[in-house]
Design a protein around this ligand. Sequence first.
Ligand code: U5P
Length: 450
Amino acid sequence: QNISPPQQTFPDKVDNSQATFVPSLLAKPHSLAPFDRAEYLASGVSKNSQLFDCRDMIKEHYEKLGIDSSLFSFLLPQETIEYPHPYAAEIEALRATLPTLPMAPVTEQMYLPMESTPRTWVDTPELLEDMRQKLLQVREIAVDLEHHSYRSFRGFVCLMQISTRTEDFLVDTLALRGHLQAALGDIFADPSVVKVLHGADSDIVWLERDFGLYIVNLFDTGQAARVLQLPHFSLAHLLSSVVGVSADKRYQLADWRIRPLPREMAHYAQMDTHYLLFIWDRLRNQLLARSGSGTGQLLLTAMARSLDVSLKRHATEAFDPVLAFMQVAARTQRRTAPGGAHSADGLSTKQRAVARALCIWREGIARQEDESVPYILPNSHLLRLVATLPANDRQGVISCSHSCSPAVRANADVLAALIHTAMESAPETANFHLPFSSELPSAPSDESSS
Ligand code: U5P
């Protein structure tokens, strides 16, 4: 299915060249101290960027090939500014109250059958306001997000599931991206409303990055599962062991950009939060039961760790050419080592030069086109290019992989020439090695992500 990129309709325009992430928080509901956005931004701390200066290398190899050097501006050292967590004080204030909380077992409130629970698709500001009014009536909600990362450089949230004890909502965050902070900022930051999420590490980061939303009073059932040392920490395990339903993990990596959302995907998404408040009840009781008599120590630990998760931040990831290359080299080593090993990382000097050049090329194109690095040039294809070295061989660039990405096809000439110049310059040109001249640390032994 050909989906037109939803990020082109976002109110905040995508810019993958920026080294600094500026939080979009406009107002700060439930703030302990008066909040002023200008003051908050002024509290940002300047960090010296760790990026490598590759100017000489770009000049020599990329400009010669007619590749626009602005494509590689992300490689130049840039000043980055880090802003403090806007709700750090509020979250710490909540932490200070933990020891005073009553540690008595809770009455487990049975979930409603999913089939008879209203499921509302929320995709207009009016429907969002209706949902908000209902959420204002409750003190506990379950929240989950679905995310897309393949056809975007940084990724974006496609769907937000919210459940109360009696209703489920599916919020179309592609349609309502610019409205969520105003609608939910208050409830999410309200310390008297518990937000129950499962494995919230990514969700917390995505909420800040895409919506400027922060959670004060998070309970992470994934942290509870860890404290209880359950055999598995996944939501699927809790769903089957606590509720007795099996989650269809087929949809976890589905394309959540699809609209209208297919019925089965909506069903799966609803399930992610529908049972979560009941699971929260059950886990709290288990944590209390396993704590030493009346201390509630395990429950307190789970709550404290949940607060730690809620302090996680989004940061723009600096491109590190050494790291990018190492990840590829770690995989190459195992593939080419028998017979073909030429150096510590299993590559000849020319192959290393080509691998580095290709890592930088795909990063630049991915940022410019707002696509993921694996979409532009997957590791499998990059490794084939490094193994076969089709210098000045356009057809070789395309045909050395079973599936060639549109970006590689469109740039096959440039890539063929890039491979040639990288090989040519490899032994003599010191500048080419500038960003990589440090001794490579030993490659990680576990399979790095691709
Ligand atoms: N996700 C992954 N890999 C996984 C599990 C989840 O990338 O193994 C991402 C997907 O983008 C998914 C999102 O939409 O996390 C939320 O997953 P979940 O919390 O609904 O399981």
